[in-house]
Design a protein around this ligand. Structure first.
Ligand code: SAM
Ligand code: SF4
Length: 332
């Protein structure tokens, strides 16, 4: 299908990918993501399901081909499955793919419904398979629920990619075993460097683990070859020889990925963010509530000029976050 040319940013990049944070709420409190006493948006500040769907449909009409539903934890929002069904109906008539990022705690209940909605791939965040370490990182989570969710997703026909944030002194010894487990279970694995987004209770520098260092270890234990698979996303890929298992690396601190960025993010409160690492946004909630869809189109066109060339992340000790927003509001 020919791509609509309308969403080209000021640096010549075509925007084809929209991430939607359907809720900023979450049933876990991962230490690198949120403070323990996190405050959430009041309900009237949050886009309704109808508003999210209408805005997403404007993006599809303008050339967006892939949508990822995320959060916060998307599966804690009650009408999330209805939204998945509504957007899933656009697959093949504009949209190429609808995907989901979840912490997996409620995946066992919803895996089949997600497949019925047209979703074929899910990212499940699991920073550790050790019950104690998982509970420590998430502040109270039960990893057995996540493992059940992953098994249910596989049984429902969903391809699973595990997301793992690399954390110095917490899960660094589990990265190689996690890759071996993913290889044996037929999942992909993406490793992520911790990013300076929103205030948390600790200094991120204490847990920052550069993926360059992790790769030195993994290359000694696995036969990894560089995979030229390009998604327009931030990950660089490696493949374990003789298997289908792909290892993705998201290393915004040690390897900047902005030149090929094709994505924008719709936050829970209706702000369109052109970059995870910058504060600029346009207010699509105000646009849809005051001027309707014509106003939404006008604000989207305006936003294209705001997409910066690159982020400037740093996790120096004592440094303030790059932006005050948490990843859960903007959509990770
Ligand atoms: N709750 C869902 C989950 O955890 O998968 C979806 C939202 S979560 C914000 C999306 C991804 O962002 C997760 O893989 C999480 O580990 C990652 N993440 C959250 N805060 C981060 C940070 N400050 N730096 C790097 N990754 C982060
Ligand atoms: Fe919740 Fe996901 Fe953030 Fe963890 S990373 S606190 S699961 S939103």
């Amino acid at each position: 299908m020919a791509c609509a040319p309308s969403l080209i940013d000021g640096h010549g990049r075509a925007i084809r990918y929209l991430r939607i944070s359907v809720t900023d709420r979450c049933d876990l409190r991962c230490r690198y993501c949120m403070a323990e006493a996190m405050t959430f948006l009041p309900r009237d500040a949050v886009l309704s399901l109808e508003e999210i769907a209408l805005i997403a449909e404007r993006f599809i009409a303008s050339g967006v081909r892939k949508i990822r539903l995320t959060g916060g934890e998307p599966l804690v929002r009650r009408d999330m499955i209805d939204l998945a069904h509504r957007l899933g109906r656009q697959i093949g008539t504009g949209l190429d793919e609808l995907t989901l990022t979840t912490n997996g705690t409620r995946l066992a209940q919803h895996a089949e419904a997600l497949h019925d909605a047209g979703i074929r791939r899910v990212n499940v965040s699991m920073d550790s398979r050790d019950p104690g370490t998982f509970r420590y990182i998430t502040r109270h989570g039960d990893v057995s629920k996540v493992l059940e969710g992953i098994a249910a997703a596989k049984a429902a026909g969903l391809a699973v990619k595990i997301n793992m944030v690399a954390l110095k002194g917490l899960n660094e010894d589990e990265i190689a075993p996690m890759l071996a487990w993913c290889r044996d279970e037929g999942h992909d694995l993406t490793l992520i460097e911790t990013m300076p987004l929103g205030l948390i209770d600790e200094d991120r520098a204490d847990r920052f683990l550069p993926l360059t260092k992790v790769m030195d270890v993994l290359k000694g234990q696995f036969d990894l070859s560089f995979d030229s698979h390009v998604t327009g996303g931030p990950a660089r890929y490696w493949r374990i020889a003789g298997t289908d298992t792909r290892l993705g690396l998201i290393s915004p601190l040690t390897q900047n990925f902005c030149a090929t960025c094709n994505r924008v993010r719709l936050s829970t409160d209706g702000k369109l963010h052109m970059c995870l690492g910058h504060d600029d946004s346009v207010d699509l909630k105000r646009a849809i509530r005051s001027g309707g869809l014509a106003e939404v189109d006008a604000r989207i066109a305006e936003a294209l000029a705001l997409k910066p060339e690159r982020h400037d992340f740093s996790v120096e000790r004592g440094a303030a976050p790059a932006v005050g927003r948490h990843m859960s509001v903007t959509g990770g």
